[in-house]
Design a protein around this ligand. Sequence first.
Ligand SMILES: [Zn+2]
Length: 62
Amino acid sequence: MLFYTGAAMGVSVIPMVEAYCMKCKGKTEMKDPKPTKMANGRDAIKGVCPKCGTGMFKIGTK
Ligand SMILES: [Zn+2]
């Protein structure tokens, strides 16, 4: 959790995000999660699977 200590200080940091990886066929902690917006304006998080490097996507940040 060292990377995310900033969250406790009110800094806008994304906490660990779990998303489903289609390649690993299971939930994994997203690597390098970044906020993004979907075409319809909803918030989403984009990241990479730490095991296989496949792009991951999770809708809704909160
Ligand atoms: Zn994977």
